[in-house]
Design a protein around this ligand. Structure first.
Ligand code: SF4
Ligand code: SF4
Ligand code: FES
Length: 240
C-alpha cells in the first residue's frame, strides 16, 4: 500500500505544520485524508465539514498552496508526488488547526446588502420572471454560490485591504441587483460603490479561476462597476 506524506497546520495564526503518514486509497479526497488523520492518528485535529458532496461550503482549506473545496478535491489531482500540505484558508483569522473564523466573510455579505428585500406580500401573485431575460441570466450565473470562501481566500486585494468586501459578497450583491423583485438596489449600489467596494477590484481573476462552482465574481464585479457608475451619474446613490 502506498503512503501519502501529509503536513497539516496545527495551532492558531502562529502555529506550525505537523507531519503524518496516511494510507493512499482509490478515489480518496483531501477531506478523506484529513478525516483519517483525525479519526485514526490524532483526535485533537480541528477541521470543518458537513455535506461531503459540494453543497454546504464548509470544507474549504488551502491544499498545496491553493484554496480548494476538500470534499470534491481528489488526492490524485493535487498530490502527484504523494505529498500534501494542508492549511486553513488564508485572509481569515484561524480559530484552530484547519478551522477559520468566517465572521468577517459573512459580515461583508451584510455590508454589501446581500440580503433579499422584497415588497410583495403573501396575498400578491407570484412574480413572473422571464427565464431568458438578460437580468435572469445574470442571476443564474452567480446564484449557485455556496459561500465556501475559496474566492475570498484567493483574492490579493483582500490581503492588502482587509476592508475590501471581496468577491463572494460582491457576487451576491450583483445577483440581487438583477433580481426584479428586490427593492433595495439604491442602498445596495451605494454600499458597493465605496472605497472598499467593487472599484477596488483589479480584475486579477484568481477568484474566478478558483471558484469550485465555476462562478465568475470578476464578471459580477464588472457589472457592479458599470451599474454603480451609472447610478452615480444619475445622482441615484444614497448613503445606504
Ligand atoms: S478579480 Fe477582483 S475580487 Fe477577484 S481575485 Fe481579483 S481583485 Fe479579487
Ligand atoms: S463565489 Fe465560488 S469560491 Fe466564492 S464563495 Fe461562492 S462558491 Fe465559493
Ligand atoms: S463538506 Fe460540504 S462542500 Fe465540502
Amino acid at each position: 500500500m502506498s503512503i501519502l506524506k501529509v503536513r497539516v497546520w496545527r495551532g492558531g495564526d502562529s502555529g506550525a505544520y505537523q507531519a503524518y503518514e496516511v494510507p493512499r486509497q482509490e478515489s480518496q479526497t483531501v477531506l478523506d485524508v484529513v478525516t483519517y488523520i483525525q479519526r485514526a492518528l490524532d483526535p485533537t485535529l480541528a477541521y470543518r465539514f458537513a455535506c461531503r458532496v459540494g453543497m454546504c461550503g464548509s470544507c474549504a482549506m488551502t491544499v498545496n498552496g491553493r484554496a480548494r473545496w476538500t470534499c470534491r478535491t481528489h488526492v490524485d489531482k493535487v498530490a502527484d508526488d504523494g505529498a500534501l500540505e494542508i492549511a486553513p484558508l488564508s485572509n481569515l483569522p484561524v480559530v484552530r488547526d484547519l478551522v477559520t473564523d468566517m465572521t468577517e466573510f459573512f459580515d461583508k455579505w451584510a455590508k454589501a446588502r446581500g440580503r433579499f428585500r422584497g415588497a410583495a406580500t403573501r396575498r400578491d401573485a407570484f412574480a413572473r420572471v422571464e427565464p431568458s431575460s438578460p437580468a435572469r441570466r445574470q442571476v443564474d450565473a452567480g446564484i449557485e454560490c455556496i459561500g465556501c470562501g475559496v474566492c475570498y481566500s484567493s483574492c490579493d486585494v483582500v490581503s492588502w485591504n482587509p476592508d475590501y468586501l471581496g468577491p463572494a459578497a460582491l457576487n451576491r450583491a450583483w445577483t440581487l441587483v438583477n433580481d426584479a423583485r428586490d427593492t433595495d438596489n439604491r442602498a445596495r449600489l451605494s454600499a458597493v460603490a465605496g472605497d472598499a467596494g467593487c472599484h477596488a477590484c483589479h480584475t486579477h481573476m484568481s477568484c474566478s479561476e478558483r471558484c469550485p462552482k465555476q462562478i465568475s465574481p470578476t464578471a459580477a464585479i464588472a457589472g457592479l462597476k458599470r451599474a454603480s457608475a451609472l447610478a452615480a451619474l444619475r445622482g441615484e446613490l444614497s448613503d445606504g
